[in-house]
Design a protein. Structure first.
Length: 351
């Protein structure tokens, strides 16, 4: 009775702690935070100056003593203290009345992360104010967030292309049957464009500029007879050091990203090869589902479908699939506790 009363005095939270963006889901309210995972720090004083969108606007525009940094690298915590401060900030900007009891938190982590990396996420969440911290593997969270029947005896295949990692998994009966996690995803595609500009066009691009170019004209497959997508690439000429503008098209960008896209396809094929035939038959019937920001790259569903000979679909609002999954688990922790993982492999007890 008392524990039931306490639940009304707290606000449970689901977090997609991503390399590119952090999203926060509040139980009963939905997604309340969707901000870049970026923190601006004054190196002289060690003080945090800005977090999220404000820090993102500082990238490439700061003096030497101010650094806009990403505290997560390829899906895992690379700077513990900055991650903790970022979470504390996001917890404080959720709005609404302050809960009388610290929240329980469900955090998405990449599949296959080490016990140490899991512990770092748990500790960062607790130090930021969580009463309890539970972990869920991102492909499982994405599958739940897109309402796939993860607890049924049916094979479901999810490809979650985030900022730092691509997670490919086949799920059945509440568990992951086969999985691949590779450190090639949206950020690598952006870096491919920067490398292409530097090596082929002799132009230096900023990270934000390359990201905008990828979104404006990037594609994974040829668009056939459709008019070529073109975008102005503005940067600094390596030879003269002066500003320079070059118009590039989707074909050039596709060639720049080709190797990374091939790695993502290879991971998908590897998982299919490891999947039992009965579950492969299910996937052939229901298709592969794409989530994450990388799913928004033009034609990536066609590329995977062509290479695997399976129907491939893009989830509705793919960027929020993981945090929605964390939220759905929060709404029914007792029923879905089997999908949670812990840092030390100990049994998870929901109170």
């Amino acid at each position: 009775m008392f524990s039931t009363f306490l639940r009304f005095l707290t606000t449970d939270i689901g977090i997609d702690l991503g390399t590119a963006n952090t999203l926060v889901y509040v139980k009963g309210r939905g997604i309340v935070v969707n901000e870049p995972s970026i923190v601006a720090v004054n190196k002289k004083t060690g003080k945090v100056l800005a977090i999220g969108k404000q820090a993102e606007r500082m990238i490439g525009r700061t003096p030497a003593h101010i650094v806009a940094t990403k505290p997560l690298t390829q899906g895992v915590v690379s700077d513990f203290e900055i991650t903790e401060q970022m979470l504390r900030h996001f917890f404080g900007t959720m709005g609404g009345k302050r809960p009388l009891r610290s929240p329980r938190v469900v955090v998405g982590v990449p599949a296959g992360v080490t016990e140490v990396e899991k512990r770092a996420v748990e500790d960062a969440a607790r130090n930021a104010g969580a009463r309890e911290a539970f972990l869920i593997e991102e492909p499982m969270a994405a599958a739940i967030g897109t309402r796939l029947p993860v607890q049924d005896a049916q094979g479901s295949m999810i490809v979650d292309i985030g900022g730092g990692t691509t997670e490919v998994a086949v799920i059945s009966l509440g568990g992951i049957v086969a999985v691949r996690s590779i450190k090639i995803a949206g950020d690598r595609l952006t870096e491919d464009i920067r490398h292409f500009a530097q090596e082929e066009l002799r132009v230096l691009l900023g990270e934000r500029t390359a990201e905008e170019i990828k979104m404006a004209a990037g594609s994974a497959v040829s668009r056939g007879n459709a008019k070529a997508l073109e975008v102005a690439m503005r940067g600094r000429d390596i030879v003269t050091g002066l500003p320079r503008e070059i118009v590039v098209n989707d074909t050039q960008l596709r060639q720049a990203m080709a190797r990374s896209l091939a790695s993502i396809v290879h991971a998908v094929r590897e998982v299919i090869e490891e999947t039992p035939p009965e579950l492969v038959a299910d996937i052939m019937s229901h298709g592969i589902l794409l989530t994450g920001g990388g799913a928004l790259l033009r034609g990536i569903d066609r590329l995977i479908s062509n290479e695997t000979r399976m129907p491939t679909l893009i989830a509705d609002d793919p960027m929020t699939a993981v945090v929605r999954g964390c939220g759905f688990v929060l709404e029914d922790l007792k029923t879905l506790e089997e999908v949670l993982v812990s840092a030390d492999s100990a049994p998870i007890t929901i109170t």
